[in-house]
Design a protein around this ligand. Structure first.
Ligand code: GDP
Ligand code: GDP
Length: 449
């Protein structure tokens, strides 16, 4: 086998074979059994974004019946460590961290291969933070939440897998070590929106800025070009989703590919700029992209472009405010979204847009100390008392930020059912004000303790 091997490892019943089968049936992944391998069932060839690998379900490997469970798992892990270029460590989000997961993680900690921690059975992705927060303690980095049964986030997992493969690294011009270091400080910006709203024009205007240093780098997929720019000494990667449409011929294809393109770009971004045409307003397609932005947890700015086409007498602060409110009213569930007016054609609002991207990215990766966080929550609870249901009042015992980029806060409460959506919304608003998380989605992982 010359293609790199990717192994799925995990204790029984976490869903390894379900995931394996799901990957076999994912539409864009070209999958066929590897010839010459006797245990066909457990090996498949996968091709994703033009990169090929062999996927092994180590759980399907037969172990002697008298072997204990732990021996079975150990065998899987050893096999993966020996053969695999990338290891997918699968856990069960509904069970939480199990003792055997800790055993597996101990074995895997000894290896040098990249390990992708995946939390399966998160059938409702909106509740992702709740399910994944405790998996951070395995010390394997950010978990990816998926549902193998419902096919949720499988594409994200495939993207993550190929990003660790040797073929992928070959096409990446920057040395991996420095790349990771640089990546941490880089702001990935997705410029998304419908065709003809002015995305390419915005990018061109940005690149035309005098203060701009520009450098082209190949994107992660074969047909995007990312542009590296430097703004206020910060590196930004502009992910261009516009150029591609020139390839699509039929109108319908243009629409469809622009959505797919947008979703892929959003996934890679720290901050997404949804561009709309002020004469058109927010469309259904935009709403779809916005909900993806929220789901992915990136910072969000809506650029209301072509503002120069409005009659001159509308060019007042009040009218801008009215237009911004008109947009916001259509997305009441996305309170964190920021709105800015631009004209790519007249080069208006571009500096403000770049500054806003920069400040949003900073907030996105901000960490709040546990002390400060708990004081802010205490204060919020004093201002508006937590809800009482059937004589029992919600108590928030302790809070801590488990993750930045986007911020996820774990809240330990006396009873989960008392933590009402209204109170959750209130607390988010308070934290957003207190710590300046404008433009950034906040998530709570609520635990009963
Ligand atoms: P394996 O032993 O790790 O290969 O696990 P299986 O793939 O046999 O799955 C174990 C059980 O978990 C089966 O009943 C599956 O239907 C179930 N399962 C697998 N993936 C999911 C999922 O994404 N969501 C839910 N709710 N159940 C799942
Ligand atoms: P894309 O498909 O989103 O990349 O859109 P383009 O950048 O190709 O722009 C589509 C059309 O809108 C072109 O004719 C542009 O000249 C025009 N356009 C883009 N931005 C502006 C703007 O700010 N004002 C005006 N009046 N026209 C614009």
């Amino acid at each position: 086998m010359n293609k790199p091997v990717v192994a799925i490892v995990g204790r029984p019943n976490v869903g390894k074979s379900t995931l394996f089968n799901r990957m076999s049936s994912t539409r864009q992944a070209i999958v066929h059994p590897t010839p010459g391998v006797t245990r066909d069932r457990n090996y498949i060839e996968v091709s994703w974004s033009g990169i090929e690998f062999v996927l092994i379900d180590t759980g399907g490997i037969e172990v002697n019946s008298h072997d204990s469970l732990l021996q079975g798992i150990r065998y899987q892990a050893e096999m993966a460590i020996k053969e695999a270029a990338v290891i997918v460590f699968l856990c069960d989000g509904q069970d939480g961290v199990a003792t055997q997961d800790i055993e597996v993680s101990r074995m895997l900690h000894k290896t040098f291969q990249p390990i992708i921690l995946v939390v399966n059975k998160v059938d409702n992705i909106l509740r992702e933070p709740e399910f994944i927060s405790e998996f951070y303690r395995l010390g394997m980095g950010n978990p990816i939440a998926i549902s193998s049964i419902h096919g949720l986030n499988i594409n994200t997992l495939l993207d993550e897998i190929i990003s660790h493969l040797p073929q992928y690294k070959e096409i990446s011009p920057i040395d991996e070590d420095t790349k990771d270091e640089r990546k941490k400080n880089q702001i990935a910006v997705a410029i998304v929106g419908k065709p003809n709203v002015g995305k390419s024009s915005l990018i061109n205007t940005i690149l035309g800025e005098e203060r701009m240093l520009v450098d082209n780098v190949p994107g992660t997929t074969r047909d995007t070009i990312d542009t590296l720019i430097t703004w206020n000494d910060k590196e930004m990667i502009l992910i261009d989703t516009a150029g591609i449409r020139k390839k699509a011929k039929i109108e319908e294809d243009v629409e469809k590919s622009s959505v797919l393109r947008a979703l892929a770009a959003v996934k890679r971004s720290t901050v997404s700029v949804l561009t709309i045409d002020c004469n058109e307003g927010l469309t259904e397609q935009d709403q779809k992209i916005l909900s993806k932005i929220e789901e992915r947890g990136c910072g969000c700015i809506i650029a209301i472009n072509k503002w120069d086409t409005r009659p001159l007498d509308e060019e007042t602060e009040t009218l801008r405010e009215a237009y911004a409110n008109f947009i916001r009213e259509q997305i009441p569930y996305l309170v964190f979204v920021q709105v800015i007016f631009t004209s790519a054609l007249k080069n208006q609002g571009i500096t403000r847009l770049l500054n806003l991207i920069e400040s949003t990215a900073q907030k996105h990766r901000k960490l709040i100390s546990t002390g400060k966080l708990n004081r802010a929550i205490e204060k919020a609870c004093e201002e508006i008392q937590p809800p009482t249901i059937k004589g029992k009042q919600l108590k928030i015992r302790y809070a801590t930020q488990v993750k930045a980029g986007p911020p996820i806060f774990s809240l330990f409460v006396n009873q989960q059912t008392l933590f009402t959506p209204a109170y959750s919304k209130y607390l988010m608003k308070k934290l957003r004000e207190e710590f300046g998380f404008e433009g950034v989605p906040i998530k709570f992982a609520v635990k009963q303790k």
